[in-house]
Design a binder for this molecule. Structure first.
Ligand code: PLP
Length: 455
């Protein structure tokens, strides 16, 4: 085991050290070579060292350099060194982190990470959190808690009596609601077609003046911190006091944008977000921990538990089971057996400290401003207000823009994807990695300009 793990650590270190000198997206020949792995399961064993060597030699070259410094696709963070190392150690622990009786260490670390994250995000101290696989499951879990609570407030016991015959729940969201929220609405039986969509402004923010006059309770209102294209957030301060009343639960999808609350310079962008009832965010995006890791927080631990908790005679539970603010993941996540993914977040936060985290969020936003200013000065069109870490740029019409994006991707210095904003195609640059330096931004800007000139 020792030599195998040393070999794995050595290969992982070499992989990360050489990431910078290879194309961000793998070459065609590396992808084609993956076919070598695609054979029938052998009858006889393979030496573990050979398994690892095969994986590294064949699969590593076909990976995307998402852990690298010039990956600007989607909203993808890298992984802070402490979080990679903590992740590796916790894999060796192999603790099912569901209950304190199954992993005292894993749960303690997650519990601490949740408190630190809650304080950084300035969420109410009574909020309870849990680590899930990502913002999609965080949204799902929060909406499950919301569904339970609004029906309970209406006198209906959802978990026992089910959805059939329950009072109908009004669900309101902005037109720019993220697709993963719609997935959650579908999975929870709230009905995608029943969603009342409120128009948004040119930055994707919900228009407070166009909210329905009355929102019929029981109701769930879904807001957004950090539009996936523009980075803009809904005007929480205007909306939440207006919609919040008996029977209404307000949820915020803040996959990356919620972290703005941690920075004194950026917090005004999400002012009032703390007034909501629940929040979903990611750790694997802006907090820069390995996949997969998201966090759900709710202000109503009892509803949160009621929606997803479970028990069975053979689950030996700790003494304090039933106490709402006592963290046992099995009671706050849709999963039962699970990895202690909060351990990576604990390591990331401890390694940077508060000042390092604030610097991470602010620095990546500064890089986004540099991208925007440089590309604008070359005559390219920045099609939104750059307020956070997202930049959308056009190089002419849709077709031309698409060609430039493809050329940039093929050239390999950096990778950014395409998006469509208000009917117009754009390159979307998301600066989310701790590792990106000013030099990387300059190199990437040069690569974009070169590609645009060639096309
Ligand atoms: C606003 C928003 N919500 C939800 C998600 C889904 O996050 P995940 O893929 O981590 O589940 C994203 C992903 O980009 C997002 O930007």
């Amino acid at each position: 085991m020792r030599s195998l793990l040393q070999d794995a650590a050595e290969r992982a270190a070499r992989y990360l050290e050489t990431l910078d000198s290879r194309p961000v997206f793998p070459r065609r020949d590396a992808i084609d070579a993956l076919a070598r792995l695609d054979h029938a399961l052998p009858d006889t064993p393979t030496d573990p060292a050979a398994v690892l060597a095969l994986m590294d030699e064949v699969a590593s070259p076909a990976t995307t350099a998402m852990a690298g410094r010039r990956y600007f696709g989607f909203v993808i963070g890298g992984s802070l060194p402490a979080s990679v190392a903590a992740n590796m150690l916790s894999v060796a622990w192999d603790n099912a982190t569901a209950m304190r009786t199954s992993s005292p260490a894993g749960i303690k670390l997650e519990d601490i990470a949740l408190k630190w994250a809650r304080d950084l995000l300035q969420l109410p101290p009574e909020s309870m959190g849990a680590f899930v696989t990502g913002a999609t499951m965080a949204n799902f879990t929060a909406l499950a808690a919301a569904r339970h609570a609004v029906l309970e407030w209406a006198g209906w016991d959802l978990e026992f009596d089910g959805m059939f015959g329950a009072p109908p729940i009004t669900v309101v969201a902005g037109e720019e609601v993220h697709a993963s929220v719609l997935k959650g609405i579908g999975m929870l039986g709230l009905g995608r077609n029943r969603l009342i969509k409120v128009p948004t402004d040119d930055q994707g923010r919900m228009r407070a003046d166009l909210l329905p006059d009355t929102i019929q309770a029981p109701a769930i209102v879904i807001l957004q911190a950090g539009n996936v294209n523009t980075g803009a957030s809904d005007p929480f301060e205007q909306i939440i006091p207006r919609v919040k009343r008996d029977g209404v639960w307000v949820h915020v999808d803040g996959a990356f944008g919620l972290w703005a609350a941690a920075s004194p310079r950026l917090e005004h962008l999400v002012k009032g977000v703390q007034l909501a009832d629940s929040w979903a965010t990611d750790a694997h995006k802006w907090l820069n921990v390995p996949y997969d890791s998201g966090i759900v927080f709710t202000r109503h631990p009892a509803a949160h538990r009621a929606a997803v908790a479970q028990s069975a005679a053979y689950y030996m539970r700790s003494d304090r089971v039933g106490e709402p603010a006592f963290y046992e993941p099995v009671d706050y996540t849709p999963e039962t057996s699970r990895r202690g993914r909060g351990i990576d977040a604990w390591a990331a936060m401890l390694s940077l400290g508060k000042s390092g985290l604030i610097d991470l969020f602010e620095r990546t936003c500064d890089h986004a401003q540099t991208f925007a200013a440089a590309l604008k000065s070359c005559g390219f069109e920045i099609i939104h207000e750059v307020v956070l870490n997202q930049v959308m740029v056009r190089f002419g019409d849709d077709q031309h823009t698409q060609k430039v994006i493809q050329a940039v991707q093929q050239e390999g210095t950096m990778w950014a994807g395409s998006t469509v904003w208000k009917g117009r195609t754009a390159m979307r640059i998301s600066v989310s990695s701790w590792a990106t330096t000013a030099d990387d931004v300059e190199r990437s800007i040069d690569a974009i300009i070169r590609a645009a000139q060639t096309i």
